[in-house]
Design a binder for this molecule. Structure first.
Ligand code: TA6
Length: 282
């Protein structure tokens, strides 16, 4: 691998390569499994991404935390893996480049009708790590017929205390409540967390996570998406997730730039779609 000076390759465990970033503007790490951004910490900041202490690191298993790439479907599908297979496979490192602002890394996954998806495709993930984190998933459909895809950048964000955290920017938006048969509701004021929250907001705008305990805000912008998923498992679901400590719900929420529920992506042969999420600490 021809790595930029700020990036080094290591094995988190045998057969599980990870790229570590050490740059004047930030530190970070990205697993080749799923091109999964596992850690991002801007200079003079606390970590921005949450990673479970019980996360599993193995081919074919999703990593609980960081920035999972959910593709070519979002959610569960009969006997198929939840959130698709892209996060379960090793991607190729394509190239990287250092700059004064940070480091840019490109990863690729392609398939020819294997991997449980009967169409040839190419995914490119472009990751910029600096004082901002910018992730862009380019999806290329190389099959002969039009295909429907759902996807998400399923970002786990670290907060000081979920009970005191709120999400601004969604007031007045409609959302589908995944915990109540996807019933459609309207958001009144900021999103707060005093129970499990699992909602698909039909929204294409930016949101702000306000974290009074860690005394910071996280500004999350996106493009190529008209659905923003907000999730916190709260107490009972956390206990059901083997790769999440029972009390870890307290330390994170997910804000996901998604194409799902009314924002399905239809790609004609040779069609492409770009799904982007950008995060800045305030
Ligand atoms: O994005 C919210 C969600 O779909 C929740 O329903 C929950 O299942 C979460 O994703 C985690 O999914 P995973 O398959 O990673 O356990």
């Amino acid at each position: 691998m021809n790595l930029p000076a700020s990036v080094t390759l290591r094995e988190l465990k045998p057969g599980f390569p990870v790229l570590d970033v050490s740059h004047p503007r930030c530190s970070g790490s990205i697993a080749l499994l799923g091109a999964h951004v596992m850690e991002w910490t801007p200079v003079r900041q606390k970590p921005v991404l949450f990673m479970s202490d019980k996360a599993v690191f193995a081919e074919g298993e999703p990593i609980r935390g960081g920035l999972p790439v959910c593709w070519p479907w979002f959610g569960g599908r009969e006997d198929l893996p939840s959130h698709g297979f892209a996060r379960l496979r090793f991607w190729d490192f394509v190239r990287g480049e250092d700059s004064a602002e940070g480091v840019e890394l490109v990863f690729r996954l392609h398939g020819n009708g294997d991997l449980g998806w009967p169409y040839p495709f190419e995914l490119n993930l472009n990751v910029h790590l600096g004082e901002t984190l910018a992730v862009a998933l380019e999806m290329k459909h190389l099959g002969e017929s039009t295909v429907e895809i759902t996807a998400a950048l399923h970002t786990y964000l670290r907060v000081g205390a979920i009970e005191q955290t709120r999400v601004e920017g969604l007031a007045g938006s409609h959302y589908l409540d995944s915990l109540d048969d996807h019933r459609k509701r309207s958001q009144v004021g900021a999103v707060i967390f005093d129970r499990e929250v699992d909602r698909v907001y039909l929204a294409d705008g930016d949101v702000r996570v306000v974290d009074p305990v860690w005394q910071r805000t996280l500004d999350i912008d996106k493009s190529g998406s008209r659905a923003t998923v907000v999730w916190n498992p709260w107490i009972e679901k956390s206990k059901r997730l083997a790769d999440l400590p029972d009390d870890a719900y307290h330390d994170f929420l997910c804000i996901e730039a998604a194409n799902t529920s009314g924002d399905v992506v239809r790609l004609a042969p040779q069609g492409t779609h770009l799904l982007r999420q950008m995060i800045r600490v305030g």
